[in-house]
Design a protein around this ligand. Structure first.
Ligand SMILES: [Zn+2]
Length: 150
């Protein structure tokens, strides 16, 4: 009987695309897939050329408030706080955070009477509430915020 040797590659070669996404593959949530889904379902595919990335991990947790996500319109980059990439965070909450940031790209800012720029306008809040899990997500945020703070 001949023993078959199993071929084992020490460094298996991944297709180029997978190599580039390696960092994301370690993550539990696939931000790009979530973005694509939300874009198709709620924005008619209007958001083009956006990049969705996990933000940089901070060494210390914030004390007062927590920024779940940001959008940088000029560069079309949406950053999601990496602290959200934890097993106790429900998918529909991540989706809500992403939905909120995406909404900023379609709802224009307003200048208030005092000359201050408002990004969360009445129209913004109206549209935000159209997210199917809006109330659930807001409640979850309230109940779990302390877990993200010091
Ligand atoms: Zn906002």
């Amino acid at each position: 009987m001949t023993k078959k040797t199993k071929r084992k590659l020490a460094h298996p070669k991944l297709p180029m695309q997978r190599q580039l996404n390696l960092q994301d593959e370690r993550r539990r949530f696939d931000l790009c897939a979530i973005f694509d889904e939300l874009n198709a379902t709620h924005f008619g595919g209007r958001l083009r050329g956006y990049q969705v990335v996990w933000g940089r991990r901070r060494r210390t947790r914030p004390k007062e408030y927590f920024v779940f996500g940001t959008i940088q319109e000029e560069d079309r980059i949406i950053r999601i706080n990496p602290s959200l990439d934890q097993p106790f965070v429900p998918l529909w909450f991540i989706k809500y955070i992403l939905y909120h940031e995406m909404l900023h790209s379609v709802i224009p800012d307003e200048i208030g009477p005092s000359g201050r720029r408002r990004v969360h306008t009445d129209e913004f809040y109206r549209r935000e509430q159209q997210y199917p899990h809006y109330r659930r997500a807001r409640r979850w945020e309230e109940e779990n915020l302390a877990r993200f703070l010091r």
